[in-house]
Ligand binder design. Structure first.
Ligand SMILES: [Zn+2]
Length: 542
């Protein structure tokens, strides 16, 4: 919980990672920033970019400044080995609609995505409404994912606790920790789970086909038949208590009663990091009326309000095929994918009520800018009263759109973000650093992974004894943007941005992160909101 004393720290990266996805204890390292997109049209006019900024700067009403004052009181190392454009292998041919029908699926659309040398087929399971994107490529690093929409109404962290708990044994795999066993024994190149503010993802990857299908089976059984949500066995509540929260008494003195639990403890850690507090509070200030206004990861103050009953209800509402988007990617047999899923889906009926409940609503724009102040915990040794100076984080934030960006706007904002902040010489970054008002840039710039994209920027380590000083940061951000909107950007800076972003898209170097998974997460940015899942993958002129 955030209490305790004293002032700010200034070291560490300026970019916020924790504000959009509370990762499982096995932390993933994907960066949404590196996935910002581009266009190959090298004639993108300065005008278009400056016009965009004018619309943003001019629209002060959707803005919120956020001040965080000091309060006195992963991913397994893996290798993505194949590169479709470098390997001369036949891409598997999709099954015929008749064969798909035999397995209970109808084809919604089929397209070749040249950017990734992949044939993509979108299916709907007729019995349940589950959707499947089956991507056929020459990549031997096969990827599977099951993604559920899991919006929340409070900060008890129910999706996060569920994400941990479903991996603690299931109907077919009743062992205590199948996840740990798989980590040790399988040939996986990726095995993890992520909780976002509005969805929960279960991805696996492997280059070995048998191992891959085994992983898929363990994950499917885990999400649809976890022991933790099986109320018939009273023992199962212990999984919820272990992963979520429980009381612990180390001594006979009842006043020593403590709360413990894997997620409870994890979130206490998250809440003690100023950068993560900043990201979360900015997001909540921008979206007070919808699911992004509460913490899906869990606020330690509210995690202990969650009951086992509510936890099980959340599972039955949302972990249902009707609310699932499945993803297969790689060089494995297209029909086997349908067979595997069909074996699980045949036992379910459609659950339209759950689908309705899972829809992610949008935030209405504010009628005027808002200012929010919050506090972060610091250690006693950093007591500002002793250091004689209080330090704050100051961020200016915008909601950029009423809904998901269309592709063109997304590409343009990706460029703008890079031009404004991408390098140490970028004008907005430089203006902030050169001002001497703070010690480092904070706020990650463009964030377009959730339904309504945002832009957040500011400084940390700002001397905060006077409100005037905090206001200076806001004024600097606004004036810099206004002046850039007026003057435009130089051709050379636009060209540099184009070259850099285009190169990174073409190379698609996801490092140790499987390519198939990177594509899945990108596609999900639209698909999860019932938009075209292929649109985010198309960045070349069609
Ligand atoms: Zn976790």
């Amino acid at each position: 919980m955030i209490t305790a004393a004293v002032r700010s720290t200034t070291s560490g990266a300026a970019r916020l990672q924790g504000n959009k996805a509370t990762f499982a204890t096995r932390k993933a390292t994907t960066s949404s920033k590196s996935r910002s997109s581009t266009t190959t049209n090298t004639k993108t006019p300065t005008m278009m970019l400056t016009k965009l900024w004018r619309s943003v700067v001019g629209n002060g009403a959707c803005r919120a400044r956020h001040t965080l004052r000091a309060y006195n009181g992963t991913n397994k190392a893996a290798f993505s080995v194949a590169s479709p454009d470098k390997v001369d292998v036949q891409i598997p041919v999709a099954v015929s609609p008749e064969v798909a029908k035999k397995h209970g699926f109808e084809v919604i659309k089929e397209e070749f995505v040249k950017e990734y040398g992949s044939n993509c087929v979108l299916y709907r399971h007729t019995g349940t409404g589950a959707e499947l994107m089956s991507v056929h490529s020459a990549d031997e690093n096969k990827t599977f994912g099951a993604v559920f929409r899991t919006p929340v109404e409070d900060s008890t962290g129910v999706p996060h606790i569920l994400e941990h708990s479903v991996l603690c044994g299931s109907r077919k795999y009743p062992i205590k920790e199948p996840f740990v066993e798989l980590m040790k024994s399988s040939l996986n190149t990726f095995l993890n789970a992520f909780t976002y503010p509005d969805r929960t993802c279960y991805p696996v990857a492997s280059c070995n086909t048998r191992d891959f299908y085994n992983l898929v089976d363990v994950y499917l059984d885990a999400v649809f038949y976890p022991r933790c949500a099986e109320k018939s066995n009273p023992e199962n509540v212990k999984i919820f208590e272990q992963e979520g929260w429980h009381h612990e008494l180390d001594s006979p003195d009842p006043s020593q009663l403590q709360y413990k639990g894997v997620v409870f403890n994890e979130m206490k850690g998250v809440y003690s990091s100023p950068d993560s507090v900043l990201g979360r509070v900015c997001q909540q200030a921008l979206f007070p009326e919808i699911t992004y206004g509460v913490d899906s990861g869990g606020d330690p103050r509210y995690i202990t309000d969650l009951t086992y009953e509510q936890f099980c209800d959340f599972h039955s509402d949302f972990y249902h095929p009707s609310n699932t988007r499945f993803w297969f990617y790689g060089d494995d047999d297209p029909e086997t994918r349908l067979e595997i899923l069909s074996n699980y889906l045949k036992d379910f009926e459609a659950n339209q009520a759950g689908v309705e409940k899972s829809r992610v609503l949008t935030q209405k724009k504010f009628t005027e800018p808002r200012t929010v102040t919050d506090y972060y915990a610091v250690s006693e040794s950093e007591d500002p009263s002793q250091a004689g100076q209080q330090k704050a984080y100051v961020n200016v934030n915008w909601v950029l759109e009423d809904d998901v960006f269309d592709l063109e706007t997304q590409l343009a904002f990706g460029f703008l973000d890079f031009i404004l902040l991408g390098t140490s010489g970028s004008p907005l970054r430089k203006a902030l650093i050169d001002s001497g008002l703070g010690e480092a840039v904070c706020g990650g710039g463009l964030e377009d992974e959730l339904r309504q994209p945002t832009f957040s920027i500011g400084l940390k380590g700002v001397e905060s004894s006077s409100e005037e000083n905090l206001k200076k940061v806001e004024t600097l951000v606004l004036e810099t943007l206004e002046s850039l909107a007026e003057k435009g950007f130089s051709d050379s800076s636009i060209e540099a941005a184009l070259n850099t972003i285009e190169f990174s898209l073409r190379e698609n170097n996801t490092g140790s992160f499987p390519r198939g998974l990177s594509l899945m997460l990108r596609s999900m940015q639209a698909w999860i909101y019932d938009k075209d899942p292929l649109e985010p993958l198309r960045w070349e002129d069609q």
